[in-house]
Design a protein around this ligand. Sequence first.
Ligand code: ZN
Ligand code: ZN
Ligand code: FE
Length: 778
Amino acid sequence: MRRRILVEGQVQGVGFRPFVQRVAVRLGLAGYVRNGPPGVVIEVEGSRRAVDAFRSELLSSPPPGAVLERVEASPLEPRGARGFQIRTSQEGAPGHAAIAPDLATCPDCLAELRDPTDRRAHYPFLNCTHCGPRFTIVRSAPYDRHRTTMDRFPLCADCGEEYRNPADRRFHAQAVACPTCGPSLRLLSPSREPAREGSVDPAPDAAPFRATAEALRDGRVVAIKGLGGFHLACDARNGEAVARLRKGKDREGKPLAIMVRDVDAARTLCRVGTQEEALLRSPRAPIVLLPRRPDAPVASGVAPGLRRLGLMLPNTPLHHLLLDAFDGPLVLTSGNRSGEVLAHRDEDARERLSAVAELFLTHDRPIHVPCDDSVLLPGPEGTTVPIRRSRGYVPEPLRLPAPLPRPVLALGGHLKTTFAVAQGTGVVLSQHLGDMDDLSTREALMDGVAHLCHLAGVTPEVVAHDMHPDYPTTRLAQEWERTGGLRRRPVQHHHAHALSCLAEHGGLDEPALAVVFDGSGHGSDGAVWGGEFLEVGPDGWRRRGHLAYRPLPGGDAAVREPWRMAAAHLEGALRNGGAEAARSFRAFRDIPSQRWDPVLDLIRSRAQKPMTSSVGRLFDGAAALLGLRRVSAYEGQAAMELEAAADPRVERSYPAPLREGAAEAWTWDPAPLFEGMATDLRRGRSAREIGGAFHNAVRDAITGGCRRLREETGIRTVALSGGAFQNVLLLAKTIPALRAAGFTPLVHHRVPPNDGGLSLGQAAAVRDIPSPPARTEE
Ligand code: ZN
Ligand code: ZN
Ligand code: FE
């Protein structure tokens, strides 16, 4: 029998065709495999048993970098074919399949790296079709060496042979390189002088690593060029070095990631279960947020106030060699000042990082596209919450359940921004670009849009963006509407969060409920939303409930200073001048009147002021009241510390009543919650206990709100989205409670619940715009 098998997904540039050929030859099948839109096409001919075995092996053990999204088989007439060939792809064919993400060094390459007899022994840039740089070195599509930053390294005879041999692991590995023909390493001082000479070293390549390791052990900060940009590195055990690195980055408080040599080293710092080990070892090599051991030998300044550490394993041969030489936990954090875009060009990096870095471990393979490390959080019940989806994932496409009527560009929000380009059912999310306050990140967004549209072969007709009138992304969309003739589509922030979660689960065409809890998003009524109960369906959405409004005293100042939210909530909760009573709590006793009084005036005045239903601010207020954090160094800090402080075993809760609202929507009244916490504090109960009960109250508000929504709508599916659902304790309490109440909770597993996932939801929102044929009158 003969069959044609179409495979769609991440199957190009990951060694898929050689793998297909090996399997086919082993099973005695004839036929061919070739790349070509929209994925890989295979024809096999042989006995039914062999063809079946072939198909099941394809599905069960594809190469590490491959992601099979759709496999379709159709029967053909046998032709008596002989032999199995890899056919060359039709270049430039329309709708070429996507470029693969950058993948961490594979086990075969790692073995070569450490084999002193291999011609690539200790070579920091070895790779093969299963691993190495992809997205970050591609200048244009389709993926071919002369369109990457490897074009400046002509292949030597040996590498060329491997590249052309279909049986070789490096067949068509576009970044293939060796010490003879490939990139080379250099260790520089900020003034560009070679830092040290390794002239009498028997293995010259080892010298820069030894020198770097020595400098790190001496407590120095080193800039290291990685796959997607420069990192700043220092010894994670050295508190002084960590403090210096933080100062140089202008980054206070925010946790720093650590690279460790292997899983055994990870175990000395954190508790690593089987799920966590698999995440660490994945070819995507993300940062995994793991529960920290109390005796972990890491400086307290690495992740102050938190119970987790972000760990990752080496993702390139360069990092393997460095960790072999250093052999300890290494802080490895993105090379930029807080808020700026990641430095990825050598000159730029030297200029921006030389104030903090005393050495530069770099090389001459240019990075075309900067790409930060990805971050994953292992959640309850084997779930994994993406916190940042970037290196190792981008530009792998996500699939919508039904095709979009028009090609879309979705610009995301303001913080943790990603954008998306979408066509048909495919959505390609960009790498993490960061907060749009900085000019450099806005420029990176504009460059990134042009590049990704080209790579994905998409010419957008619609630009989707957040409804917020003042976001730079909104102004950009307006500009593109004027100058580029794009049709503009504002999408409400929390609606986009909800759609993002539903799109991941293929649930866009069924009515669903959504609980969207986050820091802030522009509401349809102009208020700052963030505690929303929505009904979402194919025809639109409705806000059915929300956390009752409270003043946001001072706007942005209230985001930076959680004590202001504590005052706003206590004023709403306590009779007889709540905010005044607030000053008697230990956490606030030393705040002078000059600071309290204007805030009290703001809260009590009848003047126009921002009002908010934000659950992020609810967490802030609670954390401040419990004395955990009065002023935040970064968005979400107080909430993370409240989670870390809370005792998960507490069963007590505070009341979370729902009340009829003035408008259509009902509200969750937070007054009894703050009243209860205030009473417990006065009784001398601990922050651990009160924090645990606080989480239970938020859980009860969610389940209570969902029950009410079910009564109103009959819907049982609940999407949980928004930054508040990066809280593992809240997830661990909420998911089983919703299930016990008869709901089907959906949580994020492909894109972040935070604003990094907004662009997917915005793209999905455009599915109701009519297709071109329906708009002939325009
Ligand atoms: Zn490899
Ligand atoms: Zn070579
Ligand atoms: Fe949000």
